[in-house]
Design a protein around this ligand. Structure first.
Ligand SMILES: NC(=O)c1ccc[n+]([C@@H]2O[C@H](COP(=O)([O-])OP(=O)(O)OC[C@H]3O[C@@H](n4cnc5c(N)ncnc54)[C@H](OP(=O)(O)O)[C@@H]3O)[C@@H](O)[C@H]2O)c1
Length: 259
C-alpha cells in the first residue's frame, strides 16, 4: 500500500513526457492516480512514459499540445474532460524560454516564454477549476525556479515568467481556496535533466556542475523524484493550510551562508 494514496484521483501534468514532469506523472501513477501526459515536441519519450503508466495498471491519456497556444491549451482540457470527465490534480510543469542577455531579447521571445511559462497557468487554472469543483476540490501545483527572485545568466525572460508564475500562484491560491482548490508552487534548485545540456556548449558540463554542487550546503543536485515527492505532498490534506506559497527545495543554496 503506498504511503500517500492518490487512488481514484485524476492528474494532468504538462510537459510530462520527460524530465521532472515525467517523474511527477510516474509518482502520481505509482500511487494510484490516472494520469494525462502532455508533450509538445518529443512524442517518443511521452509514449514511453505513457506505456510505463499503463504497466502500473492506471488509465493514461496522451495529449500533444503547445500550452503557450490558447487553442491547443483548450483542446488539451477538452480531451481530458472527454476521457476522464473530471480532474483532481493539475501540475503546471512545462516551460521553455529564450536564454540570452536582456539587451538581446526580442518581443517574440518574450511572448513565447511568457505564454508557456506564465499565461498557461492562469488559463489552465480557469479550465481546471471548473473540472475540480465538480469533484469537490483539487490541487494545482506549478514548477518555478530560482530565477524568479535571483539573477541568473541570460535568464531575464524566463526569470520574469517564473516571477509572474509565483505571483499568479498567490492570487489563484487566495481566489480558489474557498472552492476547495489549493494552489501552490515548488521551486527546485538545479535538477539533473536534459535542461542542463546547454551547459555543454559553455564547457565541460561535469566541471560546471561540480563547481555548482560545491556551493550547495546539501552537497548535491536535486533529483526529479524529490521534486515529485514535494509536489505530491502539496496535493495531500497534510498540506491543506499551505496556500499560495512557493516552496524552495534547493539543498540550502539560496540561503546566505556566511563565509
Ligand atoms: N532542470 C532544472 O534544473 C530545473 C530547476 C528549476 C526549475 N525547473 C523547472 O522544472 C520544469 C521542468 O523542467 P525540466 O528540467 O524537466 O525541463 P526540460 O527537460 O527542459 O523539459 C521541458 C518540458 O516542458 C515541455 N514543454 C516545453 N514547451 C512546451 C510547450 N509549449 N507545451 C507543452 N510542453 C512543453 C517539454 O515537452 P517536449 O519535450 O515534448 O517539447 C518537456 O517535457 C520547468 O518548469 C523548469 O523551469 C527545472
Amino acid at each position: 500500500m503506498p504511503s500517500t494514496s492518490f487512488i481514484n484521483k485524476i492528474a494532468l501534468v504538462t510537459g510530462s513526457g520527460r524530465g521532472i514532469g515525467r517523474a511527477i506523472a510516474l509518482h502520481f501513477a505509482e500511487n494510484g492516480a490516472d494520469v494525462a501526459i502532455n508533450f509538445f515536441r518529443n512524442r517518443e519519450p511521452a509514449e514511453q512514459t505513457a506505456r510505463e503508466i499503463e504497466k502500473l495498471g492506471r488509465r493514461v491519456l496522451l495529449v500533444r499540445a503547445d500550452v503557450g497556444d490558447m487553442d491547443d491549451l483548450n483542446r488539451m482540457f477538452d480531451e481530458l474532460e472527454k476521457e476522464f470527465g473530471g480532474l483532481d490534480i493539475f501540475i503546471h510543469n512545462a516551460a521553455s524560454g529564450y536564454n540570452r542577455p536582456a539587451m538581446d531579447q526580442k518581443p517574440k521571445g518574450w511572448d513565447w516564454t511568457m505564454n508557456i511559462n506564465a499565461r498557461a497557468l492562469l488559463f489552465s487554472a480557469q479550465r481546471a477549476a471548473v473540472l475540480m469543483e465538480k469533484r469537490g476540490g483539487g490541487n494545482i501545483v506549478s514548477i518555478s525556479s530560482a530565477g524568479a527572485t535571483r539573477v541568473l545568466p541570460d535568464y531575464v525572460v524566463v526569470g520574469a515568467s517564473k516571477a509572474a508564475l509565483e505571483a499568479l500562484t498567490r492570487y489563484l491560491g487566495v481566489e480558489l481556496i474557498s472552492k476547495g482548490i489549493n494552489v501552490n508552487a515548488v521551486s527546485p534548485g538545479v535538477v539533473e535533466t536534459d535542461a542542463l545540456n546547454h551547459f555543454a556548449s559553455m564547457g565541460s558540463q561535469d566541471n560546471i556542475l561540480q563547481k555548482f554542487v560545491e556551493l550547495v550546503p546539501a552537497g548535491r543536485l536535486v533529483t526529479p523524484e524529490e521534486v515529485a515527492q514535494v509536489v505530491a505532498f502539496l496535493c495531500t490534506s497534510a498540506a491543506s493550510m499551505i496556500v499560495g506559497q512557493t516552496i524552495i527545495m534547493d539543498g540550502g543554496y539560496s540561503l546566505p551562508v556566511p563565509k
